[in-house]
Write a protein that binds this ligand. Structure first.
Ligand code: CA
Length: 230
């Protein structure tokens, strides 16, 4: 269930807003000052804030600005004066919507629903990734999920191919000899065959390069080794 925070010092208005939002299935809390509203918005888990402009202790402009520094939840600003809306816009506070009092409660509910739906779409298609990602031009390496995408298309890599590509991509423009790469990725200097590196580079190129004979990413430095170009 979505949780809404109403920051409003006039209790009659706050109660009316809450009643309508609760009737629509939302869970609602009310804070009646700027400071307590800001504190709740930042420290509790709300999906949307309905924020009055004229508030005791700290006005809605400042509350909005400070919430935005911490959170990207939708903020619907409410004001008694039409002129304020231009000011809110002009200040670029990051509010998502503005309503002037008096408004009909059903209009409030409709706007709250629209902003929640929009926000969920946004978050759904563009999740804040907690994964460790290396991204260079069209190549996206998700180190956490151990997946590689080339121009948005996933390519399948073996463990060593993945490790080698990631190592090169994380150290771009640095030339590594085959010996160095072998030591780094295979970690068994004495029994290894550095030709393995060449084989793996070839396999990686087949997956990431449009034309493996003219590589755009992993460049061969003749007589030295390889380098990931940026
Ligand atoms: Ca007020």
């Amino acid at each position: 269930m979505s949780k809404i925070l109403i920051v409003e010092d006039e209790s009659a208005i706050a109660d009316l807003e809450r009643d309508y939002l609760e009737l629509s299935g939302f869970e609602v809390d009310i804070e009646n000052s700027g400071i307590s509203g800001l504190d709740a918005a930042i420290h509790k888990d709300y999906n949307l804030v309905v924020l009055d402009l004229m508030l005791p202790e700290m006005d809605g402009y400042e509350v909005c600005r400070r919430i935005r520094e911490e959170k990207d939840i939708p903020i619907l600003m409410v004001s008694a004066k039409k002129d304020d809306i231009d000011k809110i816009r002009g200040l670029g506070l990051g509010a998502d919507d503005y309503m002037t009092k008096p408004f009909s409660p059903s209009e409030l509910v409709a706007r709250v629903k629209a902003h929640l739906a929009r926000y969920e779409r946004l978050v759904g298609t563009n999740p804040k990734s907690i994964n460790d990602i290396v991204e260079i031009r069209g190549i996206r390496i998700d180190k956490t999920a151990r997946r590689v995408y080339v121009d948005g298309e996933e390519k399948v890599f073996t463990t060593k191919e993945f490790d080698l590509l990631t190592f090169l991509a994380e150290n771009p423009n640095h030339v590594f000899t085959k010996e160095e790469l072998f030591r780094e990725i295979w970690d068994m200097e004495s029994i290894g065959d550095i030709a393995t590196v060449t084989v793996h580079i070839k396999k990686i190129r087949e997956k990431i390069e449009k034309n493996s004979t003219k590589p755009e990413y992993i460049e061969t430095i003749w007589g030295v080794g390889y380098r990931f170009k940026v």
